[in-house]
Design a protein around this ligand. Structure first.
Ligand code: NAP
Length: 342
């Protein structure tokens, strides 16, 4: 593993993010789980370099990713120095602030104090002068939107972020935030919502339309519904799966009706010559307004499996109609409270 593959940019396509100058790989890699100090550094390094070697040049982080919070950024910073030092200008590194990171009134949400301090901490952990994208991780109902957006604008002016984005904001708050940022001269180029075959809120809430209206790209997180949209839970819960930890993927989310839908989707994927994981990612990418599918993994073989999704993002009308029967809301959107603010 040397991060030296010459043809890495021939593996997957790159899509323009809204109408910005930035292109993103159609698959981006997230370090929310499996990149903290609870996993061996060698394993983390192997997964990141497998991604990079296959053209996944966008790595998504946040202040609180771990465990412990912050350790994913520290571990990724070590890989940057050790393996990717000569590749910084090939990478899009993102981070975020908004969820609880440190004690007291400034360790979460969207005040100017919190956003700027958190970004400074992230830069120190990553060991970089700037991140490529910095996000407001969630809408803060108690802080004026002008203040949160003003803090994002300041980060760009201070040279600490190249672009800014929003995560899990509702359609109406996205439009308000985009208008503020446009006025400030720092356009919001990207939104990061949850989106998958079992969680389709961005289609019904108007978010995808709001993003088009505001020339913003969309990077869809948890396209595999944290692993539910794979074949791994069709025959019980394996010890080395996320559901076995019973934390962010709570076993109550594996309801019999959800498993039945997954079984049907698994069959449709096989008929398309795909694994269910591949079809789940291809399906998210079927809409050209989705710039990138932001997935996670616990081992490199999963990354190599998911990458194949990029080869087959076309669906026939008949396939889409059949998928719609089973690709229905399944009560798995952990982030719905954030996007409920109108
Ligand atoms: P996901 O892609 O829906 O789920 C990843 C999990 O799916 C893996 O950990 C693995 O589960 C399983 N998996 C992946 N590929 C597989 C394959 N080929 N075959 C079988 N199983 C496979 O995404 P996620 O990890 O929930 O989230 C992805 C990223 O989105 C995060 O890292 C983060 O960057 C971002 N995110 C952002 C927010 C936000 O608020 N903005 C929230 C959540 C996530 P096992 O671990 O069980 O093997």
């Amino acid at each position: 593993m040397t991060a030296s593959k010459q043809n890495r940019y021939d593996v997957i396509p790159y899509r323009r993010c809204g109408n910005s100058g930035l292109k993103l790989p159609v698959l981006s890699f997230g370090l929310w789980q499996n990149f903290g100090d609870n996993v061996s550094f060698d394993h983390i390094r192997e997964m990141c370099l497998t991604s990079f070697d296959n053209g996944i040049c966008h790595f998504d982080l946040a202040n609180n990713y771990g465990p412990p919070p912050g350790s994913a950024e520290t571990n990724f910073g070590r890989i940057l120095r050790q393996d990717l030092a000569g590749h910084r200008d090939e990478l899009i590194i993102s981070s975020k602030a908004g969820y609880l990171m440190w004690p007291g009134p400034y360790g979460e949400w969207g005040s100017r104090k919190s956003i700027i301090a958190s970004c400074d901490q992230s830069l120190a952990r990553l060991g970089v002068d700037y991140v490529d994208i910095f996000y407001s991780h969630r809408f803060d109902p108690e802080t004026p939107l002008e203040e949160t957006m003003g803090a994002l604008d300041s980060l760009v002016r201070q040279g600490k972020a190249l672009y800014v984005g929003l995560s899990s904001y509702s359609a109406s708050k996205t439009a308000e935030a985009a208008a503020i940022l446009k006025r400030l001269g720092t356009p919001a180029i990207i939104h990061q919502p949850s989106y998958s075959m079992l969680n389709r809120w961005i289609e019904t809430n108007g978010l995808l339309d709001a993003l088009s209206d505001n020339n913003m790209g969309c990077i869809a997180f948890s396209p595999l519904a944290q692993g539910l949209l794979t074949d791994k839970y069709l025959n019980g819960i394996k010890d080395n799966s996320r559901a076995a930890q019973n934390a962010s993927l709570n076993q109550s989310q594996l309801a019999p009706e959800t498993l039945e839908k997954i079984g049907h989707l698994n069959r449709i994927a096989a008929e398309r010559g795909q694994t269910l994981a591949q079809m789940a990612i291809s399906w998210v990418l079927r809409d050209p307004r989705v710039t990138s599918a932001l997935f996670g993994a616990s081992r490199s073989s999963q990354i190599l499996d998911c990458i194949q999704a990029a080869n087959n993002t076309d669906f026939s009308p008949e396939e889409l109609t059949e998928i719609d029967v089973y690709a229905t809301e399944s009560g798995i959107n952990l982030w719905s409270a954030s996007s409920a603010h109108n």
